[in-house]
Design a protein around this ligand. Structure first.
Ligand code: SF4
Ligand code: SF4
Length: 293
């Protein structure tokens, strides 16, 4: 929708010159109507920060009136701290809110957003939209500075009544320096702890931008996009890995910094008593049950 934002995240992928998906010609309402005219039944309104646009609520209502069945808003959640605004957005017909939260406390979240008090506002916003009964997903960008707090994130998210949490590894796009990426071995260990906590809290956990071999051997959903696949870099040990065809690999900058020795190919079927990694794109293929070699 737009490039501007009231956060200044250290890992923001929106660099000047990056094209906006869906273009930026015309008013938001006109772009929504044009997308619907082209057959869109699902809209994702993202930023920068979409709630900075005063036309957002009207555009959501217009989309629903035109017959769009799914309207998702991706937001940093700060404006949702105003209870009336949050209620109006949900009442306009938003079907799901994806709210970004990058740490379980003020110090860690505000460090990542570089905006004092952004944690307090985002948390209040989350509580407001949860109280409306709206469908809410929390998205966390995992960096070297918060990877040790994945379990605490699950606890926090569960405590406010959110049941979906996506942990997306930092990728060096936009203003994100490669040094902010978490080490794969650390991510694997902390994700294992987080996955066990998620089961206790009845929180569904999804992971993106990490290769399957960086996941613990527990039930986690892996989100792999075509863009991920196009960006991936692989190592010698990837040859013959059962996950290769649907693996995002690692960012080239990661391989340059740390090499690929951490990559461990998935080579053999899991035993029946081992929870399977649910590979979203390959769930019906040979990867439905595989384990590290
Ligand atoms: S909230 Fe999103 S758009 Fe805003 S600075 Fe952070 S990553 Fe960028
Ligand atoms: S070893 Fe397999 S899972 Fe790991 S990066 Fe290579 S192809 Fe992906």
């Amino acid at each position: 929708m737009r490039r501007d934002c009231n956060n200044r995240c250290r890992f923001c992928p929106l660099a000047p010159g990056v094209a906006l998906a869906g273009g930026d010609e015309g008013t938001l309402g006109e772009r929504v109507a044009a997308a619907r005219a082209q057959g869109a039944s699902r809209l994702v309104l993202a930023g920068g920060e979409p709630t900075l646009a005063d036309e957002l609520i009207g555009a959501v209502a217009r989309a629903r009136a035109l017959g769009v069945t799914d309207v998702v808003v991706q937001t940093n959640g700060r404006r949702l701290a105003y209870r009336g605004y949050a209620a109006s957005l949900v009442a306009a017909g938003v079907t799901a809110l994806e709210v970004s939260l990058h740490g379980p406390n003020k110090a860690v979240h505000d460090y990542h957003t570089r905006v004092p008090n952004s944690f307090r506002q985002t948390l209040a916003g989350l509580e407001h939209v949860v109280s409306t009964g709206a469908s809410v997903l929390v998205t966390m960008t995992v960096t070297r500075s918060n990877v040790h707090l994945l379990r605490s994130m699950v606890v926090l998210v569960g405590s406010i009544g959110v049941r979906l949490l996506r942990m997306s590894s930092c990728v060096p796009l936009g203003r994100a320096p490669p040094s902010l990426m978490p080490r794969l071995a650390l991510a694997r260990d902390y994700l294992g702890v987080a996955a066990r906590e998620a089961q206790r809290q009845a929180v569904s956990l999804a992971v993106s931008h990490l290769p399957p071999c960086a996941l613990p051997e527990s039930s986690l959903s892996v989100l792999v996009s075509d863009a991920d696949l196009a960006l991936g870099t692989y190592g010698p040990s990837c040859v013959g890995c059962l996950a290769r065809s649907c693996c995002c690999g690692v960012a080239a900058a990661y391989a340059e910094l740390y090499g690929t020795a951490e990559l461990r190919p998935l080579m053999r079927p899991r035993s029946s008593d081992t929870p399977a990694i649910d590979l979203e794109r390959c769930a019906s293929g040979p990867l439905a049950a595989c384990a590290r070699g």
